[in-house]
Design a protein. Structure first.
Length: 438
């Protein structure tokens, strides 16, 4: 009987110990589960690229392996040597994907608990072939803390300089506007590269780097690179840059704008051969531009309501944004061509503008006559009457090329480059239109 009582007592003690161990194991698993939830509960819901999660938890000196699964077979898992797991998402998925990520924690006894997190993979950003404006629009869909997968390139006009150039670090921070997207600026954070020390509001620059959303600011990440200057600013970007000028400051380069006259500030002067008018461009009445002492053919008869194009230097004169004295009246409709011309003349030797350009001008010379064998001709033309900035059309081909003559007005499309100091359409340029001269 005593032996039976002793055995029963021992069995009871063993059961009590087992219950205690079980309760401890349950408590440790619960702690591990709470810890895992705390680690990832604030992670972004959107997962555009691969990311890492822990593969092991350490609770009270005991390691608990974590196995990760998802309810979509497009999500893969890669176990790393450093006790982490890479969650491999499909960055090229054509449609938005919602998925549940589950981490399962297991103890030595084989018991387990799980915790789940809701995530989404947006439809793939297929950026190949997109315009700068389309890339910006996609950038503005990024959630806070996320970045585009691949480096991007944008060309825009500097509208602000939040942080001046630092000699110590060799960088500068600027905000650029791309095209007409005034409400979608892109910050170029700690921009590096040759020429950054001399950047000014109004400069047109091309920047390359990783675009991200940093606490609501859409920006090129630090160490983005300045890779070019002088591409073509839009009229809207120029207006914004002009209105960002401080009093007394001027834009670094001449430019051209077109708009409608809303006021004749100073009547035509026969003595000085000029007139002062104010124009509004693209209906932006909040950004009028004064054309101070405007000269040129037709300036004497200008009136309110006339549509004109003006070429010159823009400055802020005591709060008035104006073309400086000496600005020139050019044919209406040529402002965009002149901006392209001015951009071409900023090219360094051997460099070319991005993509094809189209210009209309008057032929002033024929360096190489038409060749019946090669069916091309080389001509020089002047845009909007700006004689000191001719453009050569090298080996120009197309219908009507054989009959071209000095004085003809032509429209040409092709790649513009600086060839040993000559600004030219490269060989292969095409003749789009001919208007025969008198």
């Amino acid at each position: 009987m005593k032996k039976l009582i002793a055995l029963l007592t021992l069995l009871a003690l063993c059961c009590t110990a087992a219950i205690g161990l079980a309760e401890t194991a349950d408590a440790d698993l619960a702690a591990a589960r709470s810890y895992l939830r705390m680690m990832y509960k604030s992670s972004p819901e959107t997962t555009m690229v691969d990311y890492e999660v822990v593969g092991v938890l350490n609770i009270g000196g005991v390691e608990y392996p974590v196995t990760w699964t998802a309810d979509s077979d497009t999500i893969k898992f890669i176990v790393n040597d450093n006790k982490t797991v890479t969650v491999d998402v499909d960055e090229k998925n054509p449609q938005e994907l919602f998925y549940v990520l589950t981490g399962t924690i297991t103890n030595a006894a084989g018991e387990s608990v799980s915790v789940s997190f809701n995530h989404r993979v947006p439809a793939a950003m297929i950026l190949e072939g997109l315009s700068y404006e389309e890339i910006v629009a996609l950038a503005y869909t990024l959630e806070d803390g996320l970045a585009m997968e691949d480096p991007q390139r944008l060309c825009g006009t500097i509208i602000r300089i939040p942080t001046a150039y630092s000699e110590q670090y060799g960088n500068i921070t600027v905000d650029i506007q791309i095209g007409d997207l005034a409400d979608m600026p892109i910050q170029c954070y700690r921009l590096c590269g040759e020429g950054v020390a001399d950047l000014k509001v109004g400069d047109v620059i091309t920047v390359e780097g990783t675009i991200k959303n940093y606490k609501g600011t859409i920006e090129f990440d630090k160490n983005c690179q300045l890779i070019g200057m002088g591409n073509i600013p839009s009229q809207a970007a120029l207006l914004d840059a002009a209105y960002a000028l401080e009093a007394g400051a001027a834009m670094p380069n001449r430019t051209a704008l077109q708009g409608e006259i809303i006021a004749i500030d100073t009547a035509w002067s026969e003595q000085y051969g000029n007139i002062t008018v104010t124009i509004v461009c693209d209906g932006k009445t909040e950004q009028p531009i004064m054309c101070y002492r405007l000269k040129g053919e037709g300036a004497a008869t200008l009136a309110v309501g006339d549509k004109i194009a003006v070429y010159g230097t823009i400055k802020n004169y005591k709060g008035t944004i104006e073309f400086d004295s000496g600005c020139i009246l050019i044919p209406f409709g040529t402002a965009a061509d002149v901006r392209t011309l001015l951009a071409a003349y900023t090219l360094d030797e051997g460099l070319a503008m991005d993509g094809e350009s189209t210009l209309t001008g008057v032929i002033i010379g024929i360096p190489t006559a038409y060749s019946p064998d090669y069916k091309n001709i080389t001509v020089d033309m002047v845009i909007a009457g700006i004689a000191d900035m001719p453009v050569q059309c090298y080996r120009l081909s197309g219908e009507g090329a054989a009959e071209l003559a000095i004085g003809d007005t032509i429209t040409v499309t092709g790649n513009i480059k600086n060839y040993k100091g000559t600004i030219e359409f490269d060989k292969g340029c095409t003749l789009d239109l001919v208007v025969k001269g008198e």
